[in-house]
Each structure stands twice: as structure tokens, then as C-alpha cells.
Write a protein that binds this ligand. Structure first.
Ligand SMILES: *Cc1c(COP(=O)(O)O)cnc(C)c1O
Length: 400
């Protein structure tokens, strides 16, 4: 049987079985649903996009996969060139992997080894944020701040290699003053903390972080697995503040195949570039640089640029404000919007029980979690479809 994610299998309700999908719509045997969460935020072009689908088909006619150990190929070369071209600064050195979690692991491994290679053996700690989510593997859980992993704390006791701070400049300055000699990296989900509750914060925090990282020689890592490719209304948050390493996933491949990239700047790359074999980055996921993934990622980026997706995202943000600003209800704590992400936070998570069925019956697929009811729509969504998502959210409260 299938062991489903994040579910108590004993009590979980039957998942909806999808038989087809096109554009923003998911089809079950008897329902047509707008996907308001883009299949965990990655289907930015919607489903069954003709160009993305044929990019995969064309590549499959040649070869679907060859390993990058001792081999290389045109799609992955072109993707690394394309990423270097569209990413700001000298974020030019692309390490590929098969999922966001692994790509974050790679970034943390890079940061630690960067300093070990330099002989700075005391830099063993990572600074991260409270409410951070960076993936579900062990090191990403450690830098994250998620109560779902209570058993890890129970087993191993409090973390010793990670310091989590809130997104407040005072806390940031204090952490650097106190710990800078032990830090190899500061990792953040820039501007928008996703799985930790769609928390939005100001760019001034990131600017100060960049200054402090420069002052104390700490690497700044942006986990843009969720925010990359437009979600915050910026193409990349790295366009505003330049990190040393950026991690991309989710939308990188338009949601078609699991793939991710850890892209480092020259300074980080040079920390490994040596006559000493022991300075090499020892990592190599089996499916890194998969040819189908690289081909569809290239097509996804081409469509993103050609179809002016940043304009679409601005329009989504505008409509989100028009439809949700000022909406209030005694059960609602806060409504917040950034780019193509909108979130209604309630006081009590019991309130959102039943929302998924409520939305299903109105033709919307949603997956609220804890106290967060949110949308992360495909960028191709039409105005009436977006309005319907927000109308469904509002109706849930006004009909209570
Ligand atoms: C989803 C996500 C990850 C993990 O990506 P996977 O592909 O699910 O492993 C890491 N960081 C952030 C910010 C994410 O949103």
C-alpha cells in the first residue's frame, strides 16, 4: 500500500484520485477542481502544458538519463549556462540533484566544507530562522524549526550545531555578535517562509544579513526552492540581495519532474578548486542532471521569460489585494499577501477542519495546514478562476 506523506495512516481520509489534469484544473472521476496550491507550489505553468510536455517527449526519444559521473550531455550543459545567465551576480556554479531537500543538504555541506578546506575548523554551526522549513532529510530538519520533528529532539536532545533566530534585526545582530566565529552559514527562505506558515518579512532583514555575513565572513544561503521563479513578486529574491549560494527546486522544472539545483558563486567554488583531491565536493545523486528534467527546466524558463510571467504575477498580486484586503472575521488572525501567495491565518486550527471538502464542493482543491489557509496558484490562472478561489475562502467564513 501507499504510505502517504504527513498523514496518520490510521485516521487519514481517502485522497482524491486524479484521472486527468490540464491548465489550472485537476479532474477526478466526477469533479473538476482549480488547483489553488499548484501541487505543492511547483506547477507554475499549470498541467499538460503542450510545450513542456513535448520537451520531455523529444528528449525521451534520444535518452532519458545518463549519469553525470564521467558523462555529460547537452541539456544539462545548456541548463547550467541558462541558470548562470538568469541568476544575478556570479551565481554560476550549478550542482544538480533530484529534490529540494537534497539540494539544501548540498548547500549546507558546501558551506561546512568550504571552511574546513580553508582550515577554519571552528566554523561548525549554522544560523537559521525560527519557523524555518528547508526539507525533510536529517540535516534540513536540523536547520529547520518544525514541531513535527519532536521525536528528533526527544531522541538526541537540543540541537548543538544550529541556532534559530526570529526575522528581527536585533536578534540577527546579537546572533552574529555572539556566534560569528563558529558560523559557516546563515540559511534563510528569503522574504517568504513557506511551510513554516506563509510568513512574510521585510527585505531590510536580508540586507542587514548580507552586511553581517560580509563583515564576519559567513556564507549566506538563500533557500529559494519555494520562492524562486517569481513566487514573491521578484524573479528571485536574490535579485534584491545577493547570496553566496542559492537553492532552486519546485518551479525549476515547471513541476514536471523532481529536480533541484544548488548554485554557488565563484568564491565558494574556488574554495573547492584545488590540487588537493580531498578538497573536492563529494556528492553525487544518481539522478542529478537527469536529461528529461534538464530539458523540461529549459523549456519552463523559456516560457517563463517569453510569456512575461512577472507581469502575470503582478496581476495575481493585484487581484489578491483587491479580493482579500480588508476581509476580516472574528476567527481570522491575519490576511497576508506577497506576490502569488496569499494566506489567511486563523487563531485556531480546528476552524479549518472541513475546508478541503467545502472547497471541493465548490470546485477548488485546497490543502490548508495548521492555522494557515493559503493559495499558491499556477501563474497562468485567469482572473475569474483566481476570484473563485478567494470567494471560496471568504464564503467559508461568512457562512459559518
Ligand atoms: C519544498 C521545500 C524544500 C524541499 O524540497 P523537496 O523537493 O520537497 O525535497 C526545501 N526548502 C523549501 C523552502 C521548500 O519549500
Amino acid at each position: 500500500m501507499i504510505w502517504y506523506p504527513y498523514e496518520q495512516m490510521k485516521t487519514m481520509k481517502e485522497p482524491y484520485e486524479i484521472v486527468d489534469a490540464e491548465g489550472v484544473y485537476l479532474y477526478t472521476k466526477d469533479a473538476k477542481l482549480i488547483d489553488s496550491v499548484s501541487s505543492w507550489w511547483c506547477m507554475i505553468h499549470g498541467y499538460k502544458h503542450p510545450e513542456l510536455t513535448s520537451a520531455i517527449k523529444e528528449q525521451a526519444d534520444h535518452f532519458s538519463h545518463v549519469m553525470l559521473g564521467g558523462l555529460t550531455h547537452a541539456p544539462v550543459k545548456r541548463l547550467s549556462e541558462k541558470l548562470a545567465e538568469i541568476l544575478p551576480g556570479d551565481l554560476d556554479y550549478c550542482f544538480f540533484s533530484d529534490s529540494g531537500s537534497v539540494a539544501v543538504e548540498v548547500s549546507l555541506k558546501m558551506a561546512l566544507q568550504y571552511y574546513m578546506n580553508k582550515g577554519e575548523k571552528g566554523r561548525t554551526k549554522v544560523l537559521a530562522l525560527t519557523h524555518a522549513y528547508h526539507g525533510d532529510t536529517f540535516k534540513t530538519m536540523e536547520v529547520g524549526d518544525d514541531e513535527d520533528y519532536h521525536f528528533v529532539l526527544e531522541a538526541y536532545g537540543p540541537k548543538t550545531n544550529v541556532i534559530n533566530i526570529p526575522t528581527e534585526i536585533d536578534a540577527l545582530e546579537e546572533a552574529f555578535a555572539k556566534h560569528h566565529q563558529e558560523l559557516n552559514a546563515f540559511i534563510v527562505e528569503p522574504l517568504l517562509q513557506g511551510a513554516g506558515g506563509m510568513r512574510m518579512y521585510d527585505v531590510s532583514f536580508l540586507k542587514r544579513a548580507r552586511e553581517l555575513c560580509d563583515t564576519y565572513g559567513v556564507l549566506l544561503i538563500f533557500d529559494e526552492v519555494a520562492t524562486g521563479f517569481g513566487r514573491t513578486g521578484n524573479r528571485f529574491v536574490a535579485d534584491l540581495v545577493l547570496p553566496d549560494i542559492i537553492v532552486l527546486g519546485k518551479a525549476l522544472v515547471g513541476g514536471y519532474i523532481g529536480h533541484a539545483a544548488t548554485v554557488a558563486n565563484k568564491k565558494v567554488f574556488d574554495g573547492f578548486y584545488s590540487d588537493d583531491a580531498r578538497c573536492a565536493l563529494m556528492h553525487g545523486p544518481t539522478f542529478m542532471g537527469n536529461a528529461l528534467a534538464a530539458s523540461v527546466a529549459l523549456k519552463s524558463i523559456e516560457v517563463f521569460e517569453r510569456e512575461n510571467y512577472m507581469d502575470k504575477i503582478r496581476k495575481i498580486e493585484e487581484i489578491s489585494h483587491r479580493e482579500l484586503d480588508g476581509f476580516s472575521h472574528p476567527l481570522i488572525k491575519e490576511v497576508r499577501i506577497l506576490g502569488a501567495c496569499a494566506c489567511i491565518e486563523v487563531y485556531d486550527e480546528a476552524v479549518l477542519k472541513g475546508y478541503q471538502e467545502f472547497a471541493y464542493n465548490r470546485g477548488v482543491f485546497a490543502r490548508p495546514f495548521l492555522t494557515y489557509l493559503y493559495s499558491m496558484v499556477p501563474y497562468i490562472i485567469k482572473e475569474d478562476e483566481l476570484v473563485k478561489i478567494f470567494a471560496t475562502m471568504k464564503a467559508f467564513f461568512t457562512e459559518k
